[in-house]
Ligand binder design. Structure first.
Ligand code: ATP
Length: 207
């Protein structure tokens, strides 16, 4: 097995004519948990989007699983992405969203009922996402990302909207994922999440 999951070399991204990432070089090994930290606008989401193949690079190289990210079933079969704008299916309940996620994968990391339990959604399982609170919606998005099998988790501010108790639980859930051999790269403003991870800034230096 390769000892590198992610590798960027001299990655530069300009947006609107301004450099957001500049000559960034990063290597991530299997089982690592990496926290991308930095102030608002420093390029954390941009880096995650590059790793997901959603942001064209201005120059330099990005490789995930030894090749540039590609928008195909093989890539997305291995990568679970949590963005700040998950797509919800109108009319489907929280439970049905998880059942849908389970149905399209040959295996799952946990059952739908276990995910509802772990993410404290049992009592709101029959509500549609738009009738959930911000924190409950975020828990549903995390449940969907962690229920499905993957080997790389890309998380953009997973702590968004979560109360203190659940943030602690999230640290443990991410540690479990890494202990199973999964790799995590997350943009975060949460000190506790960042402390338990290898921290980098979007400029590529260790934070
Ligand atoms: N489409 C765009 N066109 C021009 N500039 C953009 C575009 N998208 C983002 N930017 C700028 O790029 C910079 C990096 O944005 P990015 O969202 O990656 O930052 P971030 O570190 O994730 O911020 P936050 O902590 O607020 O989520 C910001 O200055 C932002 O204003």
């Amino acid at each position: 097995m390769s000892d590198t999951i992610i590798s960027t070399r001299d990655l530069t991204v300009e947006l609107g004519g301004n450099p957001v990432l500049r000559d960034m070089s990063l290597t991530v090994a299997p089982g690592e948990v990496v926290a991308v930290v930095g102030p608002n606008g420093s390029g954390k989401s941009t880096l995650l989007r590059c790793l997901a193949g959603l942001q064209p690079v201005t120059s330099g190289e990005v490789e995930v699983f030894g090749a540039p990210p590609s928008d195909d079933a093989r890539f997305w079969g291995r990568v679970a992405l949590l963005t700040d704008e998950p797509a919800w299916y109108p009319g489907l309940t929280a439970r049905e969203h998880l059942e849908l996620m389970a149905a399209v994968h040959a295996t799952t990391r946990m059952t739908v009922e276990a995910a509802l339990e772990v993410f404290a959604l049992v009592e709101r399982a029959d509500a549609t996402p738009l009738n959930l609170s911000t924190g409950q919606r975020q828990r549903l998005a995390l449940a969907a990302a962690l229920l499905r099998p993957s080997t790389l988790l890309l998380l953009d501010e997973p702590e968004r909207g979560l109360d203190a108790a659940f943030r602690t639980g999230l640290t443990d859930l991410l540690a479990d994922y890494a202990n199973e051999g999964g790799t995590i790269v997350m943009a975060t403003h949460d000190q506790a999440l960042a402390t338990s991870a290898r921290q980098i800034s979007p400029s590529g230096v260790t934070a």
